[in-house]
Write a protein that binds this ligand. Structure first.
Ligand code: HEM
Length: 262
């Protein structure tokens, strides 16, 4: 009787797991997710190590709230301000979504700097993670450009004059300055063409580039592993006493240039 019950349970589990088995056989995705979730991380990581994930969360909040705002916003000088007013005053919870997007932009940049500070202080930018630092630096530049291009979109006095100052700053640069100013403005003056290109850059080009770079960044984090704090015996760049731990496929051990693997 108990055997039959067990058999039925086994059969039920098989049926429930069938979609996952189907997916795994055709893509290997389930194994990939398992590897990601159960990969080893140093035992002495701390709250500082959560700042990268916090920055990722802030980015996702920006993406989701941005998509909702784009459903109501019109990138045209005659109606941009009115569409923002409509979002804030009329649309259900529009004020909340707009507020989250506006304040979230600053939260994202602050978290990026805190995350960068943690990486810098722990020396986690050193070999073999230099490329990930470079990718991170690109993310930071693009993140700040997101803020610059998004600031014009409400098309109010603050937005307009802040953009005049920002574009003029670029335009005074040597050699490429005037050319860059014209490209940013889309002509000799800030107007409808400026708003259209700022909108396109803010909601298509830069988020697309950022998503690509963030995926590359996270791939490198998983591939290279996370560093321990510098005071830990397992910190990057330190030789470990005793035999080396067993190797796992796909992981590059952090080690100083020219030294033996730990
Ligand atoms: C959207 C932006 C970013 C996201 C989502 C992100 C995410 C992460 C995550 C989840 C980690 C692993 C855990 C941790 O250390 O927090 C990490 C590690 C790292 N990040 Fe970022 N990061 C971003 C921006 C940056 C920036 C601006 C830099 C530096 C210029 C940077 C450099 C690094 C480096 C070198 C590591 C490896 C640290 C280690 O192994 O201990 N990241 N990042």
């Amino acid at each position: 009787m108990a055997k039959r019950k067990q058999g039925r349970l086994h059969h039920l589990v098989q049926i429930l797991l069938y979609p996952l088995t189907w997916l795994e056989e055709r893509s290997g995705l389930v194994g990939g997710v398992k590897y990601f979730l159960f990969r080893r991380v140093p035992s002495d990581i701390s709250w500082g190590h959560t700042l990268g994930s916090a920055a990722l969360t802030a980015f996702i909040v920006q993406a989701v709230t941005g998509v909702i705002l784009a459903m109501y916003y019109t990138p045209d000088p005659n109606s941009a301000y009115e569409s923002i007013r409509h979002i804030t005053d009329d649309v259900t919870l529009g004020w909340l979504v707009r507020g989250m997007h506006r304040w979230g932009a600053s939260v994202f940049i602050i978290l990026l700097f805190l995350h960068m500070g943690r990486v810098f202080l722990y020396g986690a930018y050193k070999y073999p993670r230099e490329l990930n630092w470079i990718v991170g630096a690109l993310i930071l530049v693009l993140g700040m450009m997101e803020g610059f291009f998004g600031y014009l979109l409400p098309w109010d006095q603050t937005a307009y004059w802040a953009t005049v100052v920002g574009v003029n700053l670029q335009a005074t640069g040597p050699f490429v300055g005037p050319f860059l100013g014209d490209i940013l403005r889309g002509g000799a003056e800030i107007g409808p063409d400026t708003l259209a290109r700022f909108y396109s850059l803010h909601m298509l080009v830069l988020p697309g580039a950022l998503i690509g770079l963030i995926l590359l960044h996270l791939y490198l984090v998983v591939r290279l592993g996370v560093t321990s704090p510098p005071w830990s015996p397992g910190a990057a760049g330190k030789e470990r006493p005793g035999p080396p731990p067993p190797k796992r496929a796909g992981l590059v051990e952090p080690k100083p240039r020219g030294s033996r693997l730990r």
